[in-house]
Design a protein around this ligand. Structure first.
Ligand code: HEC
Ligand SMILES: [Cu+2]
Length: 321
C-alpha cells in the first residue's frame, strides 16, 4: 500500500511538472495562486461529494432491504439529486466567474502585445515613447500587473507561463487578454499549449522576472536602435544573403517583418524560441543547418556559408546587444 501511494504521489508530481521553471505551484505569480486555490477547492469539494455518494452506496448495500416510504424516497431524490447539486454547482460557477474576471483583466501597469507565429513569439511592449519590438523572451517587473494582449498570425496558439498563471488561447483575427502579476524574480518557462503544427513542441519562451529598476533599464536599452558600424563585414554578409528580407534590425535598412526582430538578439538568453542557449556555436549552426536545429521552420538554411563569411556574420549577430 505504502509503495502504491508513493508511486501515485510521484505520478502526480510528474503531472504537475515539478521542474521548478514550469511549476504552477511555485508561488511565483498572483494569478497562479488563484488557479491553485481553485484547484484545492475543487479537489476538496470532489472528495466530499465522492465520500457522500460512496457512503450512500455502501449504506444501501449493507442495510437489509425494506420498502421506503414514498414521501421519504421522493424527498431524498429531490434534495440529493436536484437541489443540492444545483446549489453546489451554481455556487462554484459564480465563484469561478469571479476568478475568470481576475485573470482576464483589461488593464495593467504595463501592456505587452504577444503575437503567436509558427513557431515563435513576436513581443511588443507598449511604452509612452512608442512600441518596442522584440521576440521570444518576455521580461517583466516583479510586483506589478502586466496586461497581455494576445493574438495569432496564422493558426491558433496558446500562451502559457505555468508558474505565473493560467493559459490563454491566441486566435487569428481576434484579441484575447491575460493579466499576470509575478511576485518572485526568476526565469520562468513559457510555452505554446495548443498544438499548432510541426515545431509546436519547440515553441517556447523565457519569462524573466526582474526587480523594477533593472526592468526599466532593460526596456530603455531594448528601445534603442542597434549600434551597427558602417561597413561592418558581418552586416554586409547579412544584407548580401538577404536575411534582412525577413528580419529587422532597428536602426539599419534591414526591416523584414517575417521572422523575429534581431535588434538586440544577443541579449536574449536563448535562441530559436526558448530552445538553445544563445551561444556563437549555436547561432552558427542555426544558420547553416537550420532544419536540423528546428524542423519545419520558415527560414531557409544557408549551407553554402562557411569560413570567414560565416564567422563574420555570427560575430556580428553576437554583438547585437
Ligand atoms: C524567409 C525568411 C527568413 C530568412 C530569409 C531568414 N530567416 Fe532567420 N528566421 C526566420 C524565421 C521564421 C525564424 C523563426 C523560426 C522559429 O524559431 O520558429 C527565424 C529565426 C532566426 C534566428 C533566431 C532568432 C531568435 O530569436 O531565436 C536567427 C538568429 C536568424 N533567424 C538569423 C537569420 C540569418 C542570419 C539569416 C540570413 C543568413 C536569416 N535568418 C534568414 C525567417 C527567415
Ligand atoms: Cu503554437
Amino acid at each position: 500500500m505504502g509503495r502504491r501511494i508513493a508511486l501515485f504521489t510521484g505520478l502526480l508530481l510528474a503531472l504537475s511538472a515539478c521542474d521548478g521553471r514550469h511549476n504552477w505551484m511555485a508561488g511565483a505569480g498572483a494569478e497562479a495562486a488563484t488557479v491553485e486555490r481553485l484547484f484545492i477547492v475543487l479537489m476538496i469539494g470532489a472528495a466530499v461529494i465522492w465520500t457522500a455518494v460512496v457512503g450512500a452506496a455502501v449504506y444501501a448495500h449493507t442495510r437489509r432491504a425494506h420498502p421506503n416510504r414514498e414521501r421519504e424516497a421522493r424527498l431524498f431524490v429531490i434534495w440529493g439529486g436536484a437541489v443540492l447539486p444545483t446549489l453546489l454547482i451554481g455556487a462554484l460557477l459564480v465563484w469561478g466567474l469571479t476568478i475568470l474576471r481576475d485573470i482576464t483583466a483589461d488593464e495593467g501597469d504595463l501592456t505587452v502585445r504577444v503575437d503567436g507565429e509558427r513557431w515563435w513569439w513576436r513581443v511588443i511592449y507598449e511604452t509612452p515613447g512608442g512600441d518596442v519590438v522584440t521576440a521570444n523572451e518576455i521580461r517583466l517587473p516583479v510586483g506589478s500587473t502586466t496586461l497581455f494582449r494576445l493574438t495569432a498570425d496564422d493558426v491558433i496558439h496558446s500562451f502559457w507561463v505555468p508558474a505565473l498563471g493560467g493559459k490563454m488561447d491566441m486566435i487569428p483575427g481576434r484579441e484575447t487578454t491575460l493579466a499576470l502579476t509575478p511576485v518572485k524574480t526568476g526565469n520562468w518557462g513559457g510555452l505554446c499549449a495548443e498544438f499548432c503544427g510541426g515545431a509546436h513542441a519547440l515553441m517556447r519562451f523565457d519569462t524573466v522576472v526582474m526587480e523594477p529598476a533593472a526592468f526599466d533599464l532593460w526596456l530603455e536599452q531594448e528601445a534603442q536602435p542597434a549600434q551597427v558600424a558602417a561597413g561592418d563585414p558581418g552586416f554586409e554578409v547579412f544584407l548580401d544573403e538577404g536575411c534582412g528580407a525577413c528580419h529587422a534590425i532597428r536602426g539599419t535598412e534591414a526591416a523584414g517583418p517575417v521572422g523575429p526582430d534581431l535588434t538586440h538578439m544577443a541579449r536574449r538568453e536563448r535562441l530559436g524560441a526558448g530552445i538553445y542557449d544563445m551561444t556563437a556555436a549555436n547561432v552558427s549552426r542555426w544558420i547553416t543547418d537550420t532544419h536540423a536545429m528546428k524542423p519545419d521552420i520558415d527560414m531557409p538554411p544557408y549551407p553554402h556559408l562557411d569560413g570567414a563569411r560565416l564567422e563574420a556574420l555570427v560575430d556580428f549577430l553576437m554583438r547585437l546587444e
